[in-house]
Design a protein around this ligand. Structure first.
Ligand SMILES: Nc1ncnc2c1ncn2[C@@H]1O[C@H](COP(=O)(O)OP(=O)(O)OP(=O)(O)O)[C@@H](O)[C@H]1O
Ligand SMILES: [Mg+2]
Length: 349
């Protein structure tokens, strides 16, 4: 993927370096900025150039010349259609749900969106992806705890548990999880007549403050997954290119259809990420089978993500894949489809 630095970006947009810097600093042209005491370095992948053009309704980069930064232009980047909620799911474990959900959430934040990442998995892996700490006694579990004790919760109560994680280029908000979440979720069955609605009740209280809410889900059918699906507008299925993934996908699809039938809540599966893809014939066969399944289920987007050690590195360093500067161009290949999906969803907004 092509990546432009400040002078290239200025040339590309037919601007001088100062004008270009202003657009980059205001995130009108979203970018990956690295600040140092002596000078800032800007990186703009081609996808972000395309996003800036499309968002502002411009055909060519040249048109930026007559562009003024004012309230109206900044407004052009704000959401118009209200918050969207997206779950990343699969019944199968270890396929990359957390990795893709967390990086998707960060990429959305990079596109100027106000994003909340909700961890509904008691393994709490997405909570720890960017925050190098545990959240025992300070997680979404406490909110369910309060609800099962019939305590009133409001916007302030929910916000108490949301942690802003600040990066140089964007802020990601996290509603973390902890190990005992699973237990309290199961307990809520005995308290509420409609326990599957309880995550939605929590999310509703803070919805206005975000453009996108991303939910990471556990690898099993169960109430946590049902809660997440009931709260979602979209589901993105994350899978790998293995034999039983194809069957597993059909099963998850059935589960989603059941939820739609039982609750009248429409949740649309609009993408599949086939993760950890290696160059092998057998992977090719499974990718084709999954792509066929997507066509038959009317799922528009099928993305592939290469198998790469960068995923583990990014998780260990608590840095989003796209922010991980060393050999940026190579890393963008890894994150390409996640960023593409973020760009697509952000443009819908
Ligand atoms: N494209 C990839 N290439 C190589 N390793 C990957 C890739 N995606 C994820 N991984 C690694 O695979 C492991 C599992 O990923 P992850 O935790 O995201 O999966 P998960 O589906 O959320 O798992 P669980 O079902 O346990 O919640 C992690 O160590 C992660 O770094
Ligand atoms: Mg996970």
């Amino acid at each position: 993927m092509e990546v432009y630095k400040l002078n290239d970006t200025a040339k590309l947009f037919h601007l001088n370096a100062d004008q270009s810097k202003k657009l980059l600093d205001n995130n009108i042209i979203p970018n990956i900025k690295k600040s140092s005491p002596t000078r800032d370095t800007y990186h703009v992948p081609q996808l972000l150039v395309d996003y800036a053009l499309e968002k502002l309704g411009m055909q060519k980069a040249k048109e930026f010349k007559k562009f003024h930064i004012d309230e109206n232009t900044l407004d052009a980047f704000k959401n118009k259609n209200g918050v969207k909620v997206i779950s990343f799911s699969n019944l199968k474990g270890g396929v990359g749900k957390t990795s893709i959900a967390a990086n998707f959430a960060y990429n959305m934040a990079l596109l100027n969106k106000r994003v909340l990442l909700v961890d509904m998995d008691s393994q709490a892996n997405s909570s720890r992806y960017f925050a190098n700490r545990y959240f025992t006694g300070a997680s979404i579990k406490n909110l369910f705890d309060k609800m099962t004790r019939k305590e009133e919760i409001n916007n302030d109560t929910v916000k108490e548990f949301i942690i802003p994680i600040e990066f140089d280029n964007a802020t990601l908000n996290l509603l973390p999880s902890e190990l005992s979440l699973g237990r309290i979720v199961e307990f809520s069955r005995s308290v509420f007549t409609m326990p599957h609605k309880k995550l939605n009740d929590v999310i509703k209280l803070v919805k206005d403050e975000y453009d996108f809410i991303v939910i990471d889900t556990p690898p099993s059918t169960g109430l946590s997954l049902h809660m997440a699906l009931f709260a979602s507008d979209y589901v993105s299925i994350v899978t790998d290119a293995e034999d039983f993934s194809v069957n597993g996908l059909s099963e998850l699809n059935l589960e989603i259809k059941e939820i739609i039938d039982e609750t009248d809540h429409i949740v649309k599966v609009d993408s599949i990420f086939i993760n950890k893809v290696k160059k092998s014939n057998i992977h090719g066969v499974y990718i084709e089978a999954i792509a066929n399944l997507a066509v038959s289920e009317n799922i528009q987007n099928v993305f592939t993500v290469k198998d790469s050690t960068r995923f583990k590195e990014s998780q260990n360093l608590h840095i989003p894949l796209i922010e991980y500067k060393k050999e940026l161009e190579k890393k963008l290949v890894t994150v390409d489809s996640i960023l593409s999906y973020a760009v697509e969803k952000a443009l819908e907004a």
